[in-house]
Design a protein around this ligand. Structure first.
Ligand SMILES: [Zn+2]
Length: 236
């Protein structure tokens, strides 16, 4: 059992990869493995920034296996989740990745997951900026539909209400990895989901029920690079 971390730990001191602060210690071998995986992710950032054509939002690694339960009782096991989170003294939109996903996914699958979350992060950034420009409060109530069922969630998750268009924001190579991640072909071939379960849950490592519904504070810091790129793409 673990509670959702309220804060984050800035692993490298540059705010680019943070780790959710949970009140549970991981076994040393898992903690060491996670530390190496985070270091590898941090090392890959320069290449990822080039591939995504903007610096990626801060990445938050959750040392948890997450379950999200919908109102109809159906469940998903989020591997990534994007929202407003504390980084250093402020709050930013960060891309979250769970430790079991980070530690078991093949590189291509992980990049597909990052591409999926990136589209949400950009969407949130542009929505906040538009509201700011219109002098409206940034926090708006999220659609209740999103919480109803797996099917409603899946449709919204990949639609214009929750993300920017892949063909505008992603290179053909990233679109390819996104599609493979979303249609599960990487996951099927690599057996990642089963591996993730065996590797983390069956070993009794920390799990949590994800309640969802991040709210954005009015003073959230938006990525200047994403806003500039949106301007240049005619998206803002
Ligand atoms: Zn999503």
């Amino acid at each position: 059992m673990a509670k959702d971390g309220a804060g984050t730990i800035d692993v490298f001191g540059d705010g680019r990869v943070v780790r959710t602060d949970i009140a549970v210690e991981l076994p040393p071998s898992i903690d060491d493995g996670l530390t190496s995986a985070i270091a590898e992710l941090h090392g890959a950032l320069p290449a990822l920034d080039v591939a995504f054509a903007v610096p990626l939002p801060a990445l938050e690694v959750w040392p948890l296996f997450l379950t999200h339960r919908f109102q109809d009782g159906s469940e998903i096991y989020p591997e990534g989740l994007t929202g407003a989170r504390p980084v250093g003294a402020g709050t930013q939109y960060v891309i979250g990745v769970t430790a079991p996903a980070l530690m078991t996914f093949a590189t291509a699958t992980l990049i597909g997951l990052l591409a999926h979350e990136f589209l949400h992060a950009v969407h949130m950034t542009l929505k906040a900026e538009r509201r700011r420009r219109a002098r409206q409060p940034i926090s708006s109530p999220s659609s209740g539909e999103y919480r109803k069922s797996f099917e409603a969630n899946r449709q919204l998750d990949r639609g214009n209400e929750m993300r920017v268009r892949p063909d505008v924001w992603l290179s053909p190579q990233l679109i390819d990895l996104l599609k493979q991640y979303e249609d599960g072909s990487h996951i099927v071939t690599a057996g990642s989901r089963e591996r993730m379960w065996e590797f983390w849950v069956n070993q009794g490592l920390p799990t949590a029920l994800h309640r969802g519904g991040f709210t954005s504070p009015e003073d959230i810091a938006l990525s200047a690079e994403i806003l500039m790129r949106a301007e240049s793409l005619g998206e803002l």
